[in-house]
Design a protein around this ligand. Structure first.
Ligand code: AQP
Length: 333
């Protein structure tokens, strides 16, 4: 029996992973792999809460798993599997639905933002956070490393777990969300007032850098990055300087330097130099992972085998908690 704390986190295969996903989540998953008992999931059930072209989704699920392995997720140290391969996620979600008031879900910021843009809203989109609670609670998770955008969903997970435990008796561990100190919310390069996101990246050419982008593509985005009419390169909280701060934050997350070191380094330099240096740091960070990705994807049978083995192990680990939840609510098990 392991004594390490349990970590669970997921990522949607809804598009191309961007540098915000990397800095806010994946980079930390990789760096902290030795510290924890890790469970990472490509959350395809979540992906279909918004319509996905089936052919593209299938390809993106493999791509997502390939990118995570290429980023350094080690199947010897971490379980990496596809959510729909483990039916317990959907099964527990149903039970949790029945203890979750609709009002809690209607208050979620992500739901309000996403549903506001739609003519017809699926029940799945509203229910997204309950499925996320199921993902996390099934494994008696201690920590959930996520970007800041997921903070509210983690709070809801805790509320759902506490409500279930109060109604039926101790069943689920109460998880804690862990948000990175640097880069918890990387903003769009074209608009530093909005969070960098996969869906905006698909619509707006200069919004994000994808993890599989070529050096030319990276530079094409960075050279158009929004800055301001001033010239100071500092981590200023002034909202007018949000673009510069965002560039510096990416630089800081990827180099590990302190704010003071970075401000010294850029003193007297122009915005053009800042953009070039940020682009170069990103290109260097992406090089090794792209090489590993290209190698891995030459023969996807090895990747499929990793995913299948991990799904079997995840199903075995999820089973006792699902059984306990079923017993508690009064099912004949
Ligand atoms: N801009 C960001 N900065 C820091 N962290 C981020 N994450 C997402 N965007 C940023 C973190 O990445 C992990 C996986 O994200 P996800 O795919 O599950 O969630 P998402 O928020 O739906 O991703 P996107 O890119 O924003 O997609 P769309 O456009 O579909 O909304 C999570 O830990 C998330 O916090």
């Amino acid at each position: 029996m392991t004594t390490k704390k349990i970590v669970f986190s997921g990522i949607q295969p809804t598009g191309d992973f961007h540098i915000g996903n990397y800095i806010g989540a994946i980079k930390r998953w990789v760096a902290e792999q030795d510290l924890y008992d890790n469970i990472f999931c490509v959350v395809d059930l979540h992906a279909i809460t918004l319509y996905q072209d089936p052919k593209i989704l299938r390809a993106k699920i493999r791509q997502a798993a390939g990118v995570l392995l290429a980023c350094g997720i080690d199947p010897q140290k971490s379980l990496l599997f596809v959510q729909s391969h483990v039916p317990a996620h959907a099964e527990l979600a149903w039970i949790l639905n029945c203890v979750t008031p609709v009002g809690w879900l209607e208050r979620m910021t992500q739901y309000k933002d996403k549903s506001a843009k739609l003519e017809s809203v699926s029940t799945g989109l509203l229910d997204y956070p309950v499925l996320m609670a199921s993902d996390i609670l099934l494994y008696q998770t201690d920590y959930v490393p996520v970007g800041e955008d997921q903070k509210q969903h983690i709070e809801l997970t805790r509320d759902v777990a506490q409500r279930f435990n109060a109604l039926y008796g101790e069943t689920f561990a109460i998880p804690e969300g862990t948000i990175p100190k640097i880069g918890a919310r990387i903003m769009g390069f074209d608009d530093p007032t909005v969070k960098m996101s996969k869906s905006l990246a698909a619509e707006q050419k200069h919004h994000a850098v994808g993890l599989l982008d070529s050096p030319d593509q990276v530079w094409a985005v960075l050279k158009r990055a929004t800055t301001d009419s001033g010239k100071e390169i500092t981590f200023s909280e002034d909202s007018k300087k949000a673009g510069v701060k965002n560039l510096l934050t990416v630089y800081q997350a990827l180099t590990g330097q302190t704010q003071a070191e970075i401000e010294n380094h850029f003193e007297g330099k122009l915005y053009g130099a800042l953009k070039r240096e940020v682009a170069d740091v990103i290109i260097e960070a992406l090089k090794p992972l792209q090489a590993r990705y290209n190698e891995l994807m030459q023969d996807t049978s090895a990747l499929d085998a990793i995913l299948q083995r991990a799904a079997e192990q995840a199903a075995a680990r999820a089973a006792p908690t699902l059984r306990k939840a079923k017993e508690k609510v009064g099912f004949v098990v």
